[in-house]
Design a protein around this ligand. Structure first.
Ligand SMILES: [Zn+2]
Length: 294
């Protein structure tokens, strides 16, 4: 009993020592310029991130990433103001999920025009989330924003992680910003809940075919906040194809949901961050597809 008590006390002491140190290393909010660019910044709030581009005629911002953080939108606006005194002209939504687009009110009040794919609208109309602002403008296909010498393309390539995810491409900088569909260096997880499995494979192939060198993800890349490459996109596609083929076999043997979901392993990826937690989400999504038809 004494030993147990000692072990618990030691574990608590370790936690108390470790947690504040880790928190100090990584502030909640961080803004950094993307290497090799003059004016592209990554804004991170906790485990979410988005980009903003500063031009001589104003700022193009993306995803407010303020879900569960009532002051997060204003904090993002304030971070932009530390970099430039130019007005925020646009706020672009990557897709409709609140963890990425809640918090737009502060941008709207700062005068930004909010733009998103047309499929965002029915989701926001249906849910009426009090913290998520409706776009001023919707587009389909492709829309190009030119501001102060910067070109930003907004490209819809079909359903993927949701039916409203777009690719944002900076052609001069050869950068793309893609949220949730192509994790960088991490095993897929929660993002699989309501994704479109077959369409996502063709989406990733279309993304790879675009002209770009580096991918900025909506959650920091692993390790060390790195950006992604085409190799990362190819690796995610391979992982999905392997998972899909394995569960398809199980499903057609009548093993979905159980035991297919419970027994699912991808040992090749076992050392990736998020592997254990993600297996269940991946297996369930493909069991839904191959074992149920949805
Ligand atoms: Zn999402």
């Amino acid at each position: 009993m004494l030993m147990v008590r000692f072990a618990i006390a030691a574990a608590l002491a370790t936690m108390m020592l470790v947690v504040p140190a880790a928190a100090q290393q990584r502030p909640q909010i961080e803004t950094r310029k993307v290497d090799g660019t003059d004016n592209v910044y990554i804004f991170r709030n906790g485990g979410h991130q988005s980009i903003f581009i500063v031009t001589k005629d104003g700022v193009i911002a993306t995803d407010p990433i303020a879900y569960g953080r009532p002051t997060g939108g204003q904090q993002y606006v304030d971070e932009i103001k530390k970099v430039t005194d130019k007005p925020i002209k646009y706020l672009i939504y990557s897709h409709h999920h609140f963890d990425h687009i809640a918090g737009g009110k502060a941008f709207k009040e700062a005068g930004a025009r909010i733009i998103g794919h047309k499929n965002i609208k029915p989701h926001l109309v249906a849910t009426q989330d009090p913290f998520t602002v409706m776009p001023d403008e919707f587009f389909d296909g492709k829309k190009t924003i030119n501001l102060g010498g910067t070109t930003l393309e907004l490209i819809y390539l079909g359903p993927n992680h949701s039916d409203s995810n777009i690719v944002m491409r900076l052609p001069k900088e050869k950068l793309i910003f893609v949220v949730d569909t192509i994790p960088v260096g991490a095993f897929p997880g929660l993002g699989f809940i309501d994704m479109y499995p077959l369409e996502t494979e063709s989406f990733i192939k279309k993304v790879i075919a675009l002209d770009w060198d580096r991918l900025i993800p909506g959650h920091p890349g692993q390790p060390n906040d790195r950006l992604g490459t085409k190799k990362d996109a190819e690796d995610v596609l391979t992982l999905m194809q392997e998972a899909s083929a394995e569960i398809k076999k199980q499903a057609q043997e009548g093993k979905c949901w159980e035991p297919a979901v419970k027994d699912f392993q991808m040992p090749k990826y076992a050392t990736m961050p998020g592997y254990q937690a993600g297996l269940n989400f991946v297996a369930r999504r493909y069991c839904s597809l191959w074992g149920r038809g949805t």
